[in-house]
Write a protein that binds this ligand. Structure first.
Ligand SMILES: C[S@@+](CC[C@H](N)C(=O)[O-])C[C@H]1O[C@@H](n2cnc3c(N)ncnc32)[C@H](O)[C@@H]1O
Length: 278
């Protein structure tokens, strides 16, 4: 990426601050980082039973691309950390899974998101959760203090993913699990798309190519790396993500240099898991 890193981070913070202020968030991971109705990435992530466990406001503020707590197998008494916790939905679900002897931390850099998450925690009446302000590139927790690191559509937003993965490794206990939902690419997008700040905040252009994700996890020290696709985006989805349509007479057109037909199946949401060796 040729974009200035602090410029990207400030833009991400601004966009997610705006999303938090619109009550209920509304599709920021999605059509070119815009607010709006749920998009191909964020819609229908939580099944009825889970949705009923959290306040409606937490569900409405969900901006993820998967459902890490449904896939992560959390145990009572465990400590969970959610990287980029947003409105708090996965922290509240984790807190319920680990029970009163466990703890769920949410970490986010955007003050408005932390405010929203803490309000949702109060609404939910959950005591064993705590929301921390900070960046996922410098996690404000001690070494070997967490059993499970989860995250939902946030690592793609970081300008230093290798550092995020090293930090996740550092805070995990030996044997700890990395269990993350994220957008992943089969191959790189055209340069014009990679340079788009709007596509970056929309969780598309910052996404790692699968092989690089695996390599960075291994370099951080993780073993047992798995990338399991959970939702693969077709041409119509790609057109919608790129700019809310981009279709003429049913034929998706080029946006940001991306021909949606040529990129069908290239962008996907995945459950990415790995283990810190004992
Ligand atoms: C796409 S939203 C996902 C929120 C939440 N995980 C969910 O599923 O609803 C991204 C969140 O990550 C936060 N974020 C993005 N980059 C971050 C970074 N480098 N450090 C900390 N938080 C970050 C944003 O403030 C925002 O709340």
């Amino acid at each position: 990426m040729n974009m200035n890193e602090s410029e990207v981070r400030e833009y991400v913070k601004k966009k997610y601050g705006e999303a938090a202020r619109r009550t209920g968030g509304g599709g920021c991971c999605g059509p070119a980082g815009q607010a709006g109705a749920a998009d191909p990435i964020t819609r229908d992530l939580y099944a009825g039973e889970q949705a009923a466990e959290v306040p409606a406001e937490a569900l409405a503020a969900s901006l993820g691309c998967g459902n890490p707590t449904a896939l992560a197998t959390l145990h009572p008494g465990e400590t969970v950390l959610d990287l980029g916790s947003g409105g708090g939905i996965d922290v509240l679900l984790s807190a319920r899974r680990v029970g009163p002897t466990g703890k769920a931390y949410g970490l986010d850099m955007t003050p408005e998101m932390l405010e929203l998450a803490r309000a949702n925690q109060r609404r939910a009446g959950v005591a064993n959760a705590e929301f921390l302000q900070g960046t996922i590139e410098a996690i404000p927790l001690p070494d070997a203090s967490v059993d499970v690191v989860i995250s939902n559509c946030v690592i793609n937003l970081s300008t230093d993913k290798a550092r995020v993965l090293r930090e996740a490794f550092r805070v995990l206990k030996p044997g700890g699990r990395f269990a993350v939902s994220d957008v992943v690419l089969k191959r790189r997008l055209p340069e014009a798309a990679e340079r788009s700040l709007r596509l970056w905040t929309g969780c598309v252009s910052g996404a790692l190519v699968e092989d690089e994700y695996r390599r960075l996890l291994s370099e951080a020290g993780f073993t047992g790396v798995e990338v399991q696709p959970t939702r693969v985006y077709g041409a119509q989805d790609i057109a919608e993500l790129l700019g809310g349509g981009g279709s003429c007479c049913g034929v998706a057109t080029k946006v940001h240099g991306v021909d949606p037909q040529a990129y069908a199946g290239v962008v996907f949401s995945a459950f990415v898991r790995a283990t810190k060796p004992r």
